[in-house]
Design a protein around this ligand. Structure first.
Ligand code: GRF
Length: 187
């Protein structure tokens, strides 16, 4: 059985979806969730799902303490799901092609610093885009710039309500993120 670690800063609906997907599929297991946000919704989800969840701070992130923990656990894949911090080079180099992220738009458009969560959907709506989607990519030291693994598009109306866009994009995320992870694990 492959072992996964998830990093999430917020609500954690993708984290929950991935945990549940692999509970029925049994090819992998989410061993642990890590969050830098002591108020993150993902903490409550982990309690409910009985998955260990560790809250860490910036000092532990920067000093290499989290890297040590990751080396100890040696997961097959590290999954970012709504994780807001840049990943230090030492962590990226320790897990080459083993750290993935999902972005709620079609990169390279609507990516980069500040482009997260509802900001992304608002920008897509403001620009009158007629399509958006998801991008799953490897993580490097820059926001949203790692090699693209998978994209899926959906059509939207120009200036569609950002909440509606968010809802449609979330559905794509729930459908595709676990499946793409499963494929990567089999490679
Ligand atoms: C998702 O839209 C994901 O694409 C982005 O952050 C959001 C996290 O949502 N990176 P949740 O915490 O999984 O509900």
């Amino acid at each position: 059985m492959k072992r996964l670690v998830i990093f999430a800063s917020g609500s954690g609906s993708n984290a929950e979806n991935i945990i549940n997907y692999f509970r029925s599929n049994k090819k992998a297991e989410v061993e642990m969730v890590l969050t830098p946000n002591p108020n993150a919704g993902v903490i409550e989800r982990c309690q409910r799902l009985n998955v260990p969840c560790l809250v860490f701070n910036r000092e532990e992130w920067k000093s290499g303490k989290i890297l040590e923990l990751l080396k100890e656990k040696n997961p097959d894949m590290i999954i970012l799901a709504g994780f807001m911090w840049l990943v230090p080079g030492e962590i990226i180099r320790a897990f080459p092609q083993r750290i993935v992220n999902i972005h709620p738009a079609l990169l390279p458009k609507f990516g980069g610093k500040g482009m997260y969560g509802d900001n992304v959907h608002k920008a897509v709506s403001d620009d009158g885009e007629t399509e958006t989607g998801i991008t799953i990519h490897y993580v490097n030291e820059y926001y949203d710039e790692g090699q693209i693994i998978f994209q899926q598009k959906i059509t939207i109306n120009p200036h569609e309500n950002p909440e509606k866009i968010a809802q449609k994009v979330h559905e794509l995320e729930y459908k595709w993120y676990p499946e793409v992870i499963l494929k990567l694990l089999a490679q």
